[in-house]
Design a protein around this ligand. Structure first.
Ligand code: SF4
Length: 249
């Protein structure tokens, strides 16, 4: 294994230069290092001005997603040695505005996420005297896969539609809408459908499927979107064919 590797980082420091530029660093290679360790080495030893986000270092917080060699990955979960011989190119996640260096502006994603109401919606809460909302293991299984999302946005960076149509609500927000739609305690599916059955919602997806390929948590947002489309079509057919009272079922 090589002793060192060149890392090229896409820098953006608007207070100094109006355009992004590439900066090259030589970093030692350690077998146990992740890409994030190499960035931390640069920050601690070579260039303290480099900006990037990270927190948990264990693939849970979702904050260290970047483009490495053109692919969106969690930098805390990808071995440096797997990217040899280099040079290794590191950029901020594609499709999002950049604040500086490797730090993206998350506002668009957060707005879209909030709009799908990713929480349990109840028309009426049951009285406390009736106790908790109980769920069977089967009811938990119905949404558990979608609940594994860590909001890392790798799926957005991999999605060609989001890059071309920034209004697209996008894979993770739709998968998280499904996480609550399939929760037996939730009653907000109809509100979410109103929001997501628009052109920039589920119908903007052309099922490229890259979102599910890059997802580090096997959430399968592409599958979530296709299930949503089936549901929307079924509801539409019912609204055309059935008398009013039957449509709601
Ligand atoms: S669906 Fe997967 S890739 Fe997308 S934000 Fe959630 S965990 Fe990340």
């Amino acid at each position: 294994m090589a002793d060192s590797v060149a890392i090229e980082v896409r820098r953006y420091r608007p207070e100094e230069k109006s355009e992004p530029y590439w900066q090259r660093y030589e970093v030692p290679v350690r077998e146990e290092w992740m890409i994030l360790d190499a960035l931390n080495y640069i920050k601690d030893n070579l260039d303290g001005s480099l900006s990037y986000r990270w927190a948990c270092r264990m693939g849970v917080c979702g904050s260290c997603g970047m483009m490495v060699g053109g692919e969106p990955i969690l930098t805390c979960a990808s071995y440096l040695a797997d990217h040899l011989p280099g040079p290794i190119r590191i950029e901020p996640l594609r499709g999002f505005p950049v604040v500086r260096d490797l730090v993206n502006n998350l506002d668009d994603f957060m707005d879209k996420l909030t709009a799908v109401k990713p929480w349990i919606v109840r028309e009426q809460e049951q009285p406390l005297s009736e106790g908790e909302y109980l769920q069977t293991p089967e009811e938990l299984d119905a949404y558990k896969q979608y609940s594994m999302c860590i909001n890392c946005m790798l799926c957005y960076a991999a999605c060609p539609i989001y890059e071309l149509e920034p209004a697209f609500i996008g894979p993770a927000a739709i998968a998280l809408a499904q996480r609550y739609n399939f929760d037996s305690r939730d009653q907000g599916a109809e509100e979410r459908m109103d929001h997501l059955s628009r052109d920039e919602g589920i119908w903007a997806c052309t099922f490229v499927g890259e979102c599910s390929v890059v997802c580090p948590k096997d959430v399968d947002p592409a599958g979530a979107i296709q299930r949503y489309k089936v549901k929307a079509m079924t509801q539409w057919y019912k609204s055309m064919l059935l008398p009013w009272g039957e449509r709601k079922r």
